[in-house]
Structure formats: C-alpha cells, structure tokens
Write a protein that binds this ligand. Structure first.
Ligand SMILES: [Zn+2]
Length: 359
C-alpha cells in the first residue's frame, strides 16, 4: 500500500502495536479498542455513544478519512496474517424498551457496521472458550435505576420524583418509572442471594437499583427490579428448597469453623516461636481473638493469614496493651488514643521483651 499521508509507516506500527496490546490484554481484538489505543477515538466520546447521547460513533472519530481507512486496512491485514478468527459481536445499550442496538456508521452503512462489530479471536482459542467469550461480549447489561438523594422531576411527564424514589436516566434525561415503562416491575432488596439469582433468571426484564453513598463516594447496589411473576416463582422455589440450602449453609459454617480452629492453632504455635515467654494459655487467647473471621482485626488481614511476623507483633502488642496495662481505663477516662498509647508504651515494651527473651 502506498503511503497515503505523511508518517503513515509510523502510524501503521502504532496500529499493529495497539492490536497486539489489545490481544494480550483482552484475549481478542475489537476495532473500537484499536481506535481508542491509537487516539483516533477518545473515551468520553465513546462513552457518550455507548449511553445513547450521540447516535453514531464514526462522526466522533478524530483524524482524516485517509487515516481511518488506513487503520482499517492495516488491522484487517494484520488479522489475516495472524490467522485470527473474525466473529461478529453485538453492540447494544440498555434502554426502557429493552436493548437498543448501537450504530457505528452515520447512515447505517453495512460495511462500517460489519467492520466495527467484527472482533478477532485467536484461532488457537478452544471452541468452548470462544463460545463463552462471545456470549459475554453479546450480553447487554441490565438498565440501572437510581434511588435518588434529591428531589427531581421526570423529563417527559413532569411528575415530581421525591428523594428516596427511583429514577431512570436515559441519554442523560431523568425519567419516572412510569415513563421508563418499569412501573410494573417489583423491587427486590439485595440480601437474599438465592432469591435474587432466581428472580433474575425468570424475569425477561430486570433493572439494577443503585444509590449513591456519600460517605463512600460511589454508587452501591440496593436491589433489583423484576417482573412480579418471576419474583413469585423464585419465592416458591426458595421456599421449597429452603431446608436444603440451610443444610448447605450449615455445612459451610462447620467447615469455616474448622478452618478457624486450624488457623488459630497455627497462629498460636507461631506466636510462641516469636514470644517463647508468653504463657501458652495467653498465646492461645490472643491467637483466637486475632483470628476471628471477618472481624477485620489485624490477624485476619492477608498478611497475618500468611503468619507474617510484623502483623503478629502488632496483634500481640495490642493484646498486651489491653490486658496488661490501664490503656482501656485511660480511654474510658477520656484520653485520646495517641496519648494513651504513648503512656503505656514503655510497659508494653517491657512485657514484649520479657516474652521474647527467655533465659
Ligand atoms: Zn414520567
């Protein structure tokens, strides 16, 4: 191919490098990804298109038409040379009417559409994995509904939506659930995993309900909206096998309890290696206290799981502070943590030293 624009060879290298990187990162190559990696498309524009705020992607591409055509040709040649398997993928966004197909070309030109929808998979990828991947790529995420923190109004019917109520955003326009055609769906609060999974499975339409957490600075899932019939069926099934599921949970609890016991034993042994002077009973108590599942205490951190010495030191120091000094009384009397720690520090050190060094 003759050089259609200055520095075309350099650009060719960039296209190929982008494709290789995409393949290494994702296990497949999507033309859209190569446009992003070469900078011919920028994420905010792609995002606007994915959300339906702009109706085609090609108009968002930066750079001359020659450059675009050159990129396409280079990518297709590269894919052929590497014997990659082309596979068409669906691009759609959730909308109130179900999945809405995304359009790449300005005018629905089938060549443009096919080019962008064609992903390249390594020929060596096992069939099963290919199926799984295309299934994942073709899945359209359910729409997201917001439990709002401030009063709002529907952009279509004008009805007021009070804070705490649900609102759907389409192309940045707020819609009440009636206008979003979701008012017949039923809200299922998160918490019962089996019920949520089954309701989702039986419902032909679902939506995810999220709420913004000011303290955590992010959206958090609150529950889902599902068809009432799906929820009923899921509830019936959950009631029918509640006993079985309770048994499975109990078996899991027994297993975790044993894991905790084993872990506590290991922790105790390790503690006594570090602090041979520590009374064995006390070492056991510290280990048990430190190992409590899910408590977030230092012994449960990944470091202590691996019996990291520094984490164990911290756990023992904390235990000594609580059990062998008046640290807790000082806190109760109103001292702040830092000064209470400083006050009992020498005493803690003395005890740790004595435990560490046995004559
Ligand atoms: Zn409305």
């Amino acid at each position: 191919m003759a050089n259609p624009f200055p520095k075309a060879e350099k650009f060719r290298a960039r296209v190929i490098q982008s494709a290789e990187q995409a393949l290494a990162t994702n296990g497949y190559v999507a033309p859209l990804d190569v446009f992003l990696r070469t900078g011919l498309l920028v994420p905010p524009h792609v995002d606007a298109w994915r959300k339906g705020r702009v109706d085609n992607l090609v108009s968002q591409i930066q750079g001359s038409l020659q450059k675009q055509i050159f990129l396409r040709q280079t990518l297709e040649d590269w894919a052929r040379e590497h014997a990659l398997t082309p596979s068409e993928t669906r691009y759609a966004r959730p909308s109130r009417d179900g999945a809405a197909e995304l359009r790449f070309s300005v005018d629905g030109n089938p060549l443009d559409e096919t080019f962008f929808r064609t992903h390249y998979l390594p020929a060596s990828m096992p069939e099963k994995q290919k199926e799984k991947l295309t299934g994942k790529l073709n899945r359209v995420e359910p729409p997201v509904v917001f439990q709002i923190l401030r009063d709002s109004a529907c952009s279509e019917c004008g009805v007021e939506v009070e804070s705490g109520a649900l609102l759907y955003m389409e192309a940045q326009q707020p819609l009440c659930l009636a206008c979003a055609r979701m008012d017949e769906l039923e809200y299922l609060e998160a918490g019962d995993a089996a019920l949520t999974r089954r309701s989702t499975k039986y419902s032909s339409r679902t939506a995810v309900v999220v709420r913004f957490s000011r303290s955590r600075g992010r959206y958090e899932r609150q529950g889902i909206l599902v068809e009432p019939a799906a929820l009923e069926r899921a509830e019936r099934e959950c009631a029918a096998d509640a006993d079985q599921r309770a048994q499975a949970r109990a078996a899991g609890a027994v297993r975790r309890e044993k894991e905790d016991r084993d872990f506590t034993h290991r922790l105790t042994r390790q503690l006594l290696v570090l602090f041979p002077g520590c009374p064995p009973r006390e070492a056991e108590r510290i280990a048990a206290h430190t190992a409590v599942r899910g408590s977030g205490r230092v012994g449960r951190s990944a470091a202590a799981r691996k019996l990291d010495d520094r984490a164990l030191h911290a756990a023992v120091a904390a235990a000594v502070r609580h059990n062998h000094t008046d640290y807790d009384q000082r806190l109760a009397a109103g001292a702040d943590r830092e000064s209470a720690r400083a006050a009992v520090g020498p005493q803690v050190h003395r005890i740790l030293d004595a435990w560490r060094n046995v004559d």
